[in-house]
Design a protein around this ligand. Sequence first.
Ligand code: ZN
Length: 381
Amino acid sequence: MRKIASHYLLTPDGLRSDRVVTIADDGEILSVETCREIDRLAGVEFYSGILLPGFVNAHCHLELSAMQGMIPEGCGFAGFARGMRRLRVRCTEEELRRAAALADSRMWQEGVQVVGDVCNGPITFPIKAASKICYHSFIELFGVGKTDSVAADRLAEQARSMGLRATVTPHSLYAVGREAFASIVEKADNEPLSLHFLESEQEQELFHRTGALWKWYVEQGLDPDFLDGGSPTERLLRELPHDRRLLLVHDCRLDSTSFDRIRAHFESAVSWVFCPGSNRYISGERPPWKLLRDRGARIALGTDSLASNRTLSMVAELSLLPEIPLEERLRWATQGGAEALGIDDRCGRIEPGMRPGLVLLEGVDYAKMELTPQSHARRIV
Ligand SMILES: [Zn+2]
């Protein structure tokens, strides 16, 4: 058992400077007590920084870690899609494995407790099964031609047989044909689906058979069966029943009308996952933080993959949204992600009975309560 305190502790009520956390050897929080002069209490480990629950990286693709730096920054959305198709076949299995293992251990050291991890193959399963990080594997299906979910279903079974939580999910609304989409959605039952959503204008243009993504599809001889002049939002509402749980990732092109329609459609709260580092890398777009904050939406943060980001550091993601109070961003990166993945009864908050991990955020400017270029996170528990 350890007693731990720091300058500030992130609580559901805000940052507090008078709390001592008692934690069992197995990581369960036993108590959070209010004390005075916490830096002078006997038997208390005192740290200089902000103590947080472990981060929840709500959107990552661990298996793409070997592609770091291979696709140039600023390539645009369609350019990135083309680059991915070209590069997927270029790395050896050993390279993919080694890079994924390194990324996994780095994320753990930098305080990541849980990852919503999108995957297309089994290569990361043994790494994730042995990892101290808790993974939810989203087995991703894409293909606008004749596609079915048989291989993805088998992959999900394989992941589950290794003790991993796994759900088959459509990549997005622009990259999966109608039949396969319907079959995945039906099987998802109560598990969350994670969809790339409104990442760029080209996704919307595709639905009107214009733009760079449509041009690319034409080059490949593809004419998707869901292009009816509508929009990704209309397809989402038409093809997903009210009772599905959803993570909508990116959302850069979301407007208030679409948001209101989506909120009205689904019974449980949709989680909106921002990946500002990836957006900056690919297109220079930004997540619609103002709209979603104003509407009181449930927000989480993700890094996306090293193919479209310089790092998998959650602190780096936080630093890209300086307009929002730090305390609120920290909640997005912890509690918000835990809610998105449906594990908020165990992770994302420092409260008795939970096992969220403990992470120290250092190098913060306390006068402004803002991150600095020196800010970094390291694991305490
Ligand atoms: Zn992604």
